[in-house]
Design a protein around this ligand. Structure first.
Ligand SMILES: [Zn+2]
Length: 403
């Protein structure tokens, strides 16, 4: 079938009532469908807004042919397709739980298989019934479904080692400096991330240098990172305080408090007034400052989910200071873009924490735990277009995996 025939058929289909079943957050849409019955067989041809990973398989009793389209919505109706004279008794469709589209062809007889072919650089998808060749179809794209290797962009994680240069951060009783612990763990984390397919890391600082707070979160914003993670080690007047904590931002919280804090900040560069903004203010004024900067660009629910995931992994390695992700009560001042969390890896002011935070083996375990937490999160909620999203779709398409 040539392009013109396709469009004519598509146009004819448009005169029928169109049910719009457009799903939220679906990257691509099935815009049109035609059924072609020819001597060489029956073909369901879908017009797509863009390439959609797809797979097909058969089910018996009653005989059905299933077409799964990953991350796709239906922006047309399948009701008007002429089924007379085809092996198809009925066509149904439904949105799948994972945000995809499933089209089911009820078949008149068993033993009919389906074969997929992408055409027009992924703008068309042909489902050929009975294993006969698609007539007049010129394959211009790669085959999809379980034969196409997953492809997508790497997730970019911007890692911020707290403090640096003239700012040592928290200092242990033996003169141990938070800025060095943070840098060591941040480097190990970056190395771990870079070693994982589908991930890429960028360090805000890779040396003992001072970088203004504002520039740190800005870097994540500029690079359009998938996550900004700030690594710190706490200090508390109470020497027994120990373990890790994770901060994210909360939506509730007072705009007025932020305004008050901002005003105070203008008057006092030493972050006086932080305690009036934070429900549980971090002891470290720099931490409070980082949190405030994060509030400018935080995607809160994602940050919270990430925080929980990381905290869960840190528990066995560092112990927890707070069993829940702590939320600083800032209003979001800008449109959300980069999910951000702040990890306190332990207390410099606690003798045991401080000692093991100097230990490269412990540092590696902490970095590994942070990575495991974010890896778990991103595998569950792979951003659109990422390698991890493609991988998830690919695995779903493996034989035996049912969506
Ligand atoms: Zn710190």
């Amino acid at each position: 079938m040539d392009r013109r025939t396709f469009l004519q058929l598509l146009f004819a289909g448009c005169t029928l009532p169109v049910t719009r079943l457009v799903l939220a957050n679906t990257a691509e849409q099935v815009r049109g469908a035609v059924l072609r019955q020819a001597a060489e067989g029956t073909t369901l041809l879908l017009d797509l807004s863009g390439p959609i990973p797809a797979r097909t398989f058969t089910l018996e009793a009653p005989p059905r042919l299933v077409l799964d389209l990953q991350g796709a919505g239906l922006a047309t109706s399948l009701d008007g397709l002429a089924l007379k004279g085809t092996p198809i008794k009925a066509i149904r469709s439904a949105a799948t739980a994972d945000g995809g589209l499933r089209i089911v062809l009820d078949l008149r007889s068993p033993g009919i298989s389906g074969e997929l072919q992408t055409l027009a650089r992924g703008r068309q998808l042909a489902l050929r019934l009975g294993g006969l060749p698609v007539a007049a179809a010129v394959p211009t794209g790669k085959a999809v479904g379980n034969r196409a290797p997953p492809q997508g962009r790497d997730l970019l994680i911007v890692i911020d080692a707290g403090h640096g240069g003239k700012d040592p951060g928290a200092v242990g009783s033996g003169g141990e400096q938070e800025k060095l612990v943070a840098l060591a763990i941040a480097r190990l984390l970056a190395r771990r991330i870079d070693a994982q397919k589908g991930f890429k890391a960028r360090l805000v600082r890779n040396q003992d240098v001072f970088i203004p707070l504002r520039k740190r979160a800005e870097m994540a914003q500029r690079l359009n990172a998938d996550l900004f993670i700030s690594v710190h080690a706490d200090a508390a007047p109470r020497r027994t305080a120990s373990g890790a904590s994770v901060f994210a931002l909360s939506e509730h919280g007072a705009t007025s408090a932020v305004a008050r804090w901002m005003a105070q900040r203008e008057n006092d560069a030493d972050f006086v007034g932080v305690s009036s903004v934070l429900k549980k203010p971090p002891k470290d004024p720099v931490v409070a400052g980082v949190l405030l900067d994060m509030s400018m660009n935080a995607t809160i629910s994602t940050s919270l989910d990430l925080g929980h995931s990381v905290l869960g992994q840190l528990e066995g390695v560092a112990g927890l200071h707070q069993a829940r992700v702590e939320q600083a009560g800032f209003a979001v001042l800008k449109s959300p873009s980069v999910p951000s969390i702040l990890v306190e890896t332990g207390f410099m002011s606690n003798a045991r924490d401080c000692q093991r935070l100097q230990d490269p083996r412990h540092q590696r375990k902490v970095a590994e735990a942070i990575f495991a937490g974010l890896d778990k999160h991103f595998r569950r909620r792979a951003p659109d277009g990422s390698y991890l999203a493609a991988l998830a779709a690919y695995r779903l398409a493996e034989p035996g995996a049912q969506g």
